[in-house]
Structures are given as C-alpha cells and as structure tokens.
Design a protein around this ligand. Sequence first.
Ligand code: NAP
Length: 364
Amino acid sequence: MVETNQNGAEMQNGAGAKTVKAGEEETLHDVIVIGSGPAGWTAGLYAARANLEPLLITGDDYGGQVSITYEVENYPGFPEGLSGPDLVEKFKAQAERFGCVVEYDHVTEIVVDEHPFTVRTAQSKEYRTKSLILCTGARPRFLEVPGEQEYTGKGVSYCATCDGFFFRGKELVVVGGGDSALEEGLFLTKFATNVKVIHRRDELRASKILQSRAFDHDKIEFVWNTVVTSINGNENGVVSGVTTQDTQNGAEGEIATDGVFVYIGHIPNNDLYHGKLDLDGDGHLIADPFTRTNIPGVFAAGEIADKVFKQVATSVGQGCAAAMQAEKFLASLEAEGLPDLNEDPRAWPTPGVPSKPAELVAAD
Ligand code: NAP
C-alpha cells in the first residue's frame, strides 16, 4: 500500500515512526524495486500480487542483460525458446497486470541509513519507501586494450543481437570462452562469413551443449591460448584487425577482422551502494540466501548479488524470494516497529533454517 501526504503533514509508517519530511505531496511506498531485468520484474510481480503496489524504476539499461540476448533457450516454460526482448516484455506485462507501477527513470542515489529509505533519480524525482529491492544487475566487462574505446560502435561491440546485422558478409572476432561468447558467436554466424573465437586458455568455460554446437559449426574457428592486446582500425576509422599475444610463449600475432565482439564476463552495477551496503571483493552486494543485505528492509536479487549462477531462472527465483522477504519485513514493521538499522539482519535466526554466516554464502 502507498500512503500519501498533502500540504506538509507528517506521515506515520507501519512502525509508528515519523516518516516523511514536509512537502506538497509525498508518497510513501511500501516497496521500490530498482532494475528491470528478470529479478526486478519478478520482484515487482510478487510484490504486486501481495498488494504492496510496488514501484519499479527501470534504470537506463531497460531489461538488463537478457534484453540484449538473441535467444533464451533455457528458461523453463518456453520449450521453443524466445528472444531476450520478448521475454522482458512478458515479464513486464505480467508484473503490470497485477499493479506493478513502472517508472522509466534511472536511480542516481539511495539513502539507506535512515528510514523510510530515499531514492533519487536522474529525472530529479525523490521517493520514500519502507523497503527496497535492489536488482541493478551487471554490465559487460571491457577488454581495456588500446583501440577498444576508440572503435566502440565502429566495429567493437558488446551486443551481437543489436549489432550483428551490420556485419553481413564480414569476418568477425569474438573474445571470451564462456556461454555468452559461444552463444553470441553462434548467433553471429547468421551474418558473418567466419567467426574466430579468441580465448585465453585451451579449455572453454561455456556449457557442453554450446561447446559442441560451436565445435560443429563450419563458420566458427577457435584461437586458443591467445589474448587481444590491441584493436586496430583503418583509414576509414573502423576496425580492421586485432593484435594478439600467445599466452604460452608470448608471441605476437595479427588477425584481420571487420568487427570485435567482447564477451569476457560482467561487472556488477554497484555505483549506488559504495559506502552504504556490504560489497564483496568483486563488487557484488553481499546478501544472504534470504536476499537480505546488511540493512534491514533492503534486499538484493539477481546478478548484483549473485556471483555463482547468473541465470535468468536463478535471477527470477531470487527476485521472487526478495519480494516475499520484503513482505515479511513490512509485516514485522507493522507489528514490532522499525529494527535498529545498524543491526545486520543476515545474522538474524530464521525459523526452521540452520544459521549460516552470510560470508560463507557469498564466498566462492
Ligand atoms: P563468464 O562465464 O564469466 O566467462 C567469461 C569468459 O571470458 C571466460 O572464458 C574468461 O576466461 C574470459 N575472460 C575473462 N576476462 C578476460 C580477459 N580480461 N581477457 C580475455 N578473456 C577473459 O561470462 P559469460 O560468458 O558472460 O557468462 C556469465 C554468466 O551468464 C555465466 O554464469 C553463464 O553461464 C551465464 N550465461 C548463460 C547463458 C545460457 O545459459 N544460455 C548464456 C549467457 C550467459 P577464463 O575461462 O579463462 O576465465
């Protein structure tokens, strides 16, 4: 439920605590979800079905990483597979059907050391909320070699779905050895005459099914034990090749190519959280299996807190869990009042569940 306050009167939250500052009209939300990937939409869906009228703020990267995935074949319920953007639209439609409110805006700041929490956005909006579900996901990791920035959009890409079409009849390079590199490399064979997958080891990280599809594909070649050390362009200002180095003997090489697609993993989108919430060494939010962060009422789901699974299916599950936990938190706020914000809820015992330190869960 949302509570509205007009003409500067103070509102009370479920805990009976003073909540919002004076303002012409302010709304106190029960739940705000930040992020519009699979975790965010699922949190929005479950919170909406719990009658919490969640507000979901999409972020600039609408739909998250799945929205730049050509085909999702392993999300249960869709035996024929479907495109990432189609899946995002289905997630959204389902959440909206039950009353999830969507704002196309980007969160620039959260304040979580006082309750209700505050959310500020790029469109200069400010929201108050009793609970927060953080689903800000991750973004592609850059190679960080000379030429990468210069030729981004001129042959360097991180999204085969978006840019593959422009490389019809061209030769391409894909960098990486995980699921993304192979999945997107296979997609690029629809356009390119040849796709060279450059991997720093001689063994792939990708799943076996993708490995065998790639090994069997006549347009895909592997360049093993090799890293890209620079991306080079021609007189037209577009990519013409890469310089490589053999990781075994250090030998330098050149590969001519029209485009370079980089798939070397992801970096958590954690800019909002530094100094406010516990992050691990890789920058993921440290949440326990109940999606609780170190601040009561702040939950995290999806790739921002997941360094292990990173699947659409697991992000969906985590989004669902986070909404259910937010609902429990709101009920306890109503019944028992606001807990000490300095108390780490990950240490709270959960009935029926053996206690386990959050660090063990977050560690590799
Ligand atoms: P990933 O699994 O982390 O793989 C990254 C790849 O890039 C690895 O092969 C890694 O090499 C290589 N790499 C990392 N840093 C590098 C650097 N600086 N230079 C050169 N190579 C570098 O990332 P991902 O493929 O994006 O997948 C992320 C997650 O999403 C995974 O859990 C994956 O299973 C999941 N995913 C699933 C699907 C699917 O199920 N269809 C599709 C896409 C992604 P090393 O192997 O040597 O470390």
